[in-house]
Design a binder for this molecule. Structure first.
Ligand code: FAD
Length: 495
């Protein structure tokens, strides 16, 4: 493709949840449009201020920026441009971006679409501020393969059921949509920075007001380099994904969620890898591609139905009366801290607290337990996950919670209630996962490991376990809870 002459003198690329230099739609667009291109990331105090002072995600971002800075430098050097650096600001993004664009004399700012309601409001403010100074904000698709209204039904309405959406997605996807944006080819436009000595680089966590976390103990490598490592490891076992992904004690999934969340890997790259292997007959790749399509699906749901933030997708379920008061608060606390007395649920909640990750099967089990065993409003669980998941993504988290709570589009029917004991017997048969997070249960064998309250006194004694002292009695009886849930949902459905 012949190079178009650049029409702008200077542009600024604003990195947000796309922390890589390669296959980057906004950086590619800016490098083609402008003769000199700068790059900025803003540690946005509107987002950071409410967070706890030790947050693995802040550390993930901070370390990934070091990697991004290195990639930008390398891209510049490959075109003979020295001193290309990532500019980093710490303040309100709504102010900082316009201020920097003005200081640089940029005529345009480029960024990737972000369809979360808060991000759209922020971008509208930035767009307005930039416009006052005669500067344009251009945003482009980068975060998903198909966004917004790109995959619609034959009658032009958005899909709300996954399987037909997936079929339409697969029909539309081809090499054109999955191709990479070749930034390296146009990187001669990257401009040196800093103009003056003393310009700070990527700040330390302490400078940002945060503490170092245990992120690196959990084998979550950061930046594009980390994403490539995880991807290479996963591609060696992708063919076994369809079966292995169900068992939390097994290394089955890709563990790329946090990289997808922060864009340290391109979704097009991942979808392409899966697509090509699927064409070659890999069942595992086909299943994994389907998961990536769920991600697109929930993003388009959020775009078309932003009311899902805080409300049931099916409005009749907003009438449900959830448990509230002291007993509900105590149950919620037991769920959060992994003290419900149901080993698989507790081990999963401890995995989340200790690592910031939770296996997909366990997200379904724990979400179902909160809503359908404890009768607690799904929004409380959604908020807890949002605080603790390294890969927290508003669209996917909301979609996952509404699926488990039966309030969402294409959700599990309300009368399908996971039995936490049978889920445990089926997906962690030997209790290997449970014992990893609940070492006090290490002496129990199956079936007691799945339901310690059913163990004989001799079994408990042999395992050195006293219920109520070493491990809690179950907070609720599953069969009673099931009955209450059916009543609760039936009332809502009558309304
Ligand atoms: C209650 C609940 C909450 C969830 N919250 C989130 C969340 O905040 N962020 C998030 O990315 N995913 C969420 N998921 C979906 C899924 O559990 C995670 O994406 C997955 O466990 C991440 O691990 P992985 O990268 O190893 O997954 P893999 O199995 O390797 O999947 C690859 C990628 O596909 C995407 N994906 C997989 N499953 C889903 C799905 N059901 N919906 C949307 N995207 C999917 C993710 O981007 C994931 O990284 C949630 C699911 C449930 C049931």
């Amino acid at each position: 493709m012949p190079n178009r002459p650049a029409s702008l003198d200077r542009a600024l690329v604003w990195f947000r949840r796309d922390l890589r230099a390669d296959d980057h739609a906004a950086l590619h667009a800016a490098c083609r449009a402008a003769r000199r291109v700068h790059a900025v990331f803003v540690f946005d105090t509107d987002i950071l201020d409410p967070l706890p002072r030790a947050d693995r995600r802040v550390e993930f971002i901070r370390d990934s920026l070091m990697d991004l800075d290195g990639q930008l430098q390398a891209f510049g050097l490959s075109h003979g441009v020295e001193g290309v650096r990532l500019i980093v600001r710490h303040g309100r993004a709504t102010m900082e971006v316009a201020r920097l664009a003005a200081a640089l004399g940029a005529q345009a700012v480029y960024a990737a679409h972000d369809d979360e309601p808060a991000a759209l409001a922020r971008d509208a403010q930035v767009r307005g501020r930039l416009a006052e100074a005669g500067c344009m904000l251009h945003t482009v698709k980068d975060h998903v393969v198909f966004e917004r209204a790109e995959v619609m039904t034959a009658t032009g309405t958005p899909y709300s059921v996954f399987t037909p959406y997936k079929n339409a997605w697969l029909k539309k996807a081809d090499e054109f949509y999955l191709r990479a944006w070749p930034v390296a080819r146009h990187a001669a436009s990257l401009a040196p920075w800093p103009p003056a000595v003393g310009e700070p680089g990527v700040p330390t966590l302490a400078e940002l007001g945060f503490q170092t976390t245990d992120l690196h103990q959990h084998r979550l490598p950061t930046g594009s380099t980390g994403a490539q490592e995880l991807l290479a490891d996963f591609l060696d076992r992708i063919d076994r994904y369809a079966e292995a992904r169900e068992f939390p004690a097994v290394k089955g999934p890709s563990y790329l969620g946090t990289h997808l969340r922060f864009g340290t890997v391109s979704i097009r790259r991942l979808a392409r890898e899966a697509w090509q292997r699927m064409q070659a007959g890999s069942k595992g790749a086909e299943t994994w591609l389907s998961e990536l399509i769920w991600r697109d699906f929930y993003h388009q749901i959020l775009h078309h139905h932003p009311r899902v933030v805080g409300h049931a997708f099916k409005p009749e379920y907003d009438a449900i009366r959830w448990e509230h008061g002291k007993h509900a608060d105590a149950w919620f606390e037991a769920w959060c801290q992994g003290r419900t007395g149901y080993p698989l649920v507790d081990a999963a909640m401890l995995q989340l607290l200790h690592t910031g990750y939770m296996h997909n099967r366990l997200r379904m089990v724990t979400a179902s337990f909160l809503v359908k065993d404890l009768g607690i409003d799904w929004r409380r669980g959604e908020a807890w996950f949002a605080l603790h998941l390294n890969d927290f993504d508003l669209a996917a988290n909301n979609g996952g919670w509404q699926w488990a709570a039966s309030t969402g589009c294409d959700a599990q029917p309300y009368f399908r209630i996971f039995n936490p004991v049978s889920q445990s017997e089926r997906f962690d048969p030997e209790g290997r996962f449970i014992k990893r997070y609940l070492p006090q249960l290490a002496g129990l064998q199956r079936p007691a490991i799945h339901a310690p309250w059913r163990a004989k006194p001799m079994e408990l004694a042999a395992a050195g376990l006293q219920l109520g002292r070493d491990y809690p009695e179950p907070v609720v009886d599953h069969d009673d809870a099931r009955r209450r849930t059916l009543e609760r949902f039936a009332v809502a459905r009558q309304k």
